[in-house]
Each structure stands twice: as structure tokens, then as C-alpha cells.
Design a protein around this ligand. Structure first.
Ligand code: SF4
Length: 411
């Protein structure tokens, strides 16, 4: 992927975590639960000679079952849950004097780490809502384990992602809500993270004829997703998903048809800006991809003291968003733009084919709030679905020998 140069965790790209998953599958005591990020299903097929952007969701789920997964859930559902909390948080910020605007997204761990090191003063602006993977994992080990009467210690949560930085995100010490819930000190919310490429290699190793697999569906409870959840893998997708739900939160009405597609935030441009009116509110938004673009944008924001002129800003480290993540099948540089375009189009097509457009309309989301979480930003939601960030600017000192060329943070 093109992310290779942007991703601060690229040094650990080729760590192979599949062996850990295999060991869990062979252990009769363990229940292995996969969840797959939005962008995996539009990249994986390329490893099996399919056209870039081929939508292989059904075959991907079938492969994970053939490999021994006990349940396969959809991180797109996690994306819907992230949006429920993040859009509510945005409304609170806009109505509050104390919490600063603009709100920045925080679902990209490379961007979060970048902000923690280079722009610690911005941290109060980052959405406290966990990323789709890190929000779904504790819900699996608490609500789902209770519902199915499964011993949560037996669950091994495995995320499949286009992202090499997620391997570091799942290790963040604060992602241990399930450990606190069950009072099991060593329990982690997400246990193992494998990339699209690692999954592809594993499928090949096991001689599974990927192209011949019959489509399979995600398991229920966390298998349904709205179009908003589906487009999370594209730069601008988080913004568009948030707007669809924010419209409802702010006005009490579903977003009108002419909000979809929200073209101004679509496409591969590094910085996309738009304004959108909701009842009494006018939201000024920006979607940024690539950390060099983020740096330039933020430096301008600070220099011009332009904070009040933005409401919500999405930042994704990889050009084009997660579809271009460092863990996706490798693409030769001249083809990157075209391949990314095909992957992006494939996610938007799956949104087009979905009747449920906004996260708040997802019936499984409604059920989860009814049975477990109460409402967005409830005490339970705050506890299980939100996180915090730390000033890591002291790491800058350790980086002083890095030149702009060797510094993985500068793109
Ligand atoms: Fe990972 Fe997506 Fe961020 Fe790239 S843009 S580092 S794939 S979360």
C-alpha cells in the first residue's frame, strides 16, 4: 500500500501474527472471534488475482470460517457504534463552552500517535470515542459473552485490518475495558491483529481455493452495518457517516436524500473541505489524508488561529484512507492511484446497495443500546466505548537524530 511511507509503525509491518491465531484455533479451550475492517473486503481479492477493488466480503467471511473462526463479526458494525458516540460527542462540543472545537477524529492510530508526539496541545480536540475495532472488542467480551454465556477468558478477539498501526493500537494499556468489567487483570480487549496480507498468505498456505468459496454471512449481533459503517475505509467516509447520523441527532429527522453522496469529502485529494447546514447549525468540516497534509493543515490552523472556523476534522494517515493501508496487498507505485480508486469505488458501491444509510438506523445498534449501553455517552458507554490520549512529546527528543528522510513521521 501507499501507506508504507506514511505509517509510523511500518518498521513492524512484517511481524507475522498468524501463528498466534493458529495456536488459539488449535486450543480446544479457546473461542476465536474474528472481526474484519471495512477496507479488507475490497483489497483481499487482489492477492488471488482478482481485479483491484473486487468486493469479496462473502468469500472473506467463508475463508475465516474455513480457517477455524468460531464467529465472524463485522468491524463495520463497530464503525456504526463509533459514529453513534462520535456524532453525539460533536453535538455536545458544539453546545458546550468547555470542550473545544473543532473535534478531530481519532480512529486512525497513526494519526493519534502523531498528534500525541507532535501536537500534544491538540489532544483535547481529539474525539474520545474508540476506533471501530477497539470499540467492538470490549462489547464482544462483555455483552456478547454474557448473552451467549461464554467464559470471556476463553475468547480470543482477532481483528483483520488493512492497517499495520493497529498492531500497536490494540496494545495501548487503556484498551482493557473487559479486564475491568470481569476483574481479570491480564485480559485484553483485542488479543491479536493480522493484516489483509497476512490473511491472504494464510489462506494460500492452507490451500483454500479462495475463488471457489461460497459466500458466507457475518454472524448476527454484530453483523449488520449501515452504509455509513461500510464507507469508513475511504478518506472522507468517517465524515460522511458522521454527517448522516449528526443530521438526525441535531434535527430529529433523517438526513435528506441529497446529503448522499456527500461528494465534497469523497475522492483521493489530500485535503477536502465542505460546509453543511443542519437546522440552526452550519458545520464546517475537512477530511485530510496523509500525515504531511495533516501537518501543513494544522500548522496553518495554529498560525491563523482558525480553530473556531471548523467544527469537525477527519484525519487518516494513509493517502486515500484505510483502503490504501500498509497491510493491504502491495501495489506497484505507478498503479497506486488507480488501484485505490477501484477500492474506494467498491466501498461506495456497497453503500449504494444498502437501504440503511445511517448508523442510528442499524437495528443491531438499536438493540445493543437497548439491552446494554442505554444511550450514547451514557455512563456505560463512556466507560466501555471512550478513551483518552497522552502527551508523548518527550519522544521527540529520542527522534532528534532522524532526518526528514528517515523520520517515519514525516511523509
Ligand atoms: Fe491504519 Fe487506516 Fe490510519 Fe492507514 S489510515 S494508519 S490503515 S487506520
Amino acid at each position: 500500500g501507499q501507506c508504507a511511507s506514511a505509517c509510523p509503525f511500518d518498521a513492524i509491518t512484517e511481524v507475522n501474527d498468524v501463528e498466534k491465531v493458529k495456536a488459539a484455533i488449535q486450543d480446544p479451550d479457546k473461542i476465536v472471534i474474528f472481526q474484519t475492517a471495512p477496507a479488507v473486503r475490497v483489497g483481499l481479492g487482489e492477492s488471488f488475482g482478482m481485479e483491484p477493488g473486487t468486493f469479496v466480503e462473502g468469500k472473506m467471511v467463508a475463508a475465516l470460517r474455513a480457517l477455524g473462526g468460531d464467529y465472524v463479526f463485522d468491524t463495520d458494525f463497530g464503525a456504526d457504534l463509533t459514529i453513534m458516540e462520535e456524532a453525539t460527542e460533536l453535538l455536545h462540543r458544539l453546545q458546550s463552552e468547555e470542550i473545544p472545537i473543532p473535534q478531530f477524529t481519532s480512529c486512525c492510530p497513526a494519526w493519534v500517535e502523531f498528534a500525541e508526539i507532535f501536537y500534544p496541545d491538540l489532544l483535547p480536540h481529539l474525539s474520545s470515542t474508540k476506533s471501530p475495532i477497539s470499540i467492538l472488542s470490549p462489547v464482544i467480551k462483555t455483552f456478547f459473552a454474557q448473552k451467549k454465556d461464554i467464559d470471556p477468558s476463553k475468547i480470543v478477539n482477532v481483528c483483520v485490518t488493512p492497517c499495520t498501526a493497529k498492531k500497536a493500537e490494540i496494545l495501548r494499556p487503556e484498551f482493557n475495558s473487559s479486564s475491568i468489567f470481569w476483574d481479570v487483570p491480564e485480559m485484553r480487549d483485542t488479543d491479536i491483529c493480522i493484516t489483509t496480507r497476512e490473511l491472504a498468505n494464510w489462506i494460500k498456505e492452507e490451500n483454500i481455493d479462495f475463488a471457489a468459496l461460497e459466500d458466507s454471512k457475518f454472524d448476527t449481533a454484530f453483523g449488520e452495518s449501515s452504509g455509513g459503517g461500510k464507507i469508513f475505509g475511504n478518506s472522507g467516509g468517517v465524515m460522511e457517516a458522521a454527517i448522516r447520523t449528526a443530521y438526525h441527532l441535531f434535527t430529529g429527522r433523517p438526513a435528506p436524500k441529497d446529503f448522499i453522496p456527500f461528494e465534497e469529502v469523497r475522492g483521493q485529494e489530500g485535503v477536502k473541505k465542505a460546509s453543511v447546514a443542519f437546522g440552526h447549525f452550519v458545520l464546517h468540516v475537512a477530511s485530510i489524508s496523509g500525515l504531511a497534509n495533516a501537518r501543513a493543515f494544522i500548522d496553518d490552523l495554529i498560525k491563523n488561529n482558525d480553530f473556531e472556523n471548523y467544527s469537525f476534522i477527519e484525519v487518516m494517515a494513509c493517502p486515500g484512507g484505510c483502503i490504501g493501508g500498509g497491510g493491504q496487498p502491495k501495489v506497484k507505485l505507478p498503479q497506486v492511484k488507480k488501484v485505490n480508486e477501484a477500492r474506494i469505488a467498491s466501498l461506495y458501491k456497497s453503500d449504494e446497495e444498502t437501504d440503511i444509510k445511517a448508523s442510528w438506523q442499524n437495528p443491531e445498534i438499536e438493540e445493543l443500546y437497548k439491552l446494554f449501553l442505554d444511550e450514547p455517552l451514557s455512563e456505560m458507554a463512556e466507560w466501555a466505548l471512550h478513551t483518552y490520549f497522552s502527551d508523548k512529546s518527550d519522544q521527540l527528543g529520542k527522534m532528534k537524530n532522524l532526518t526528514p528522510e528517515t523520520n517515519p513521521m514525516s511523509t
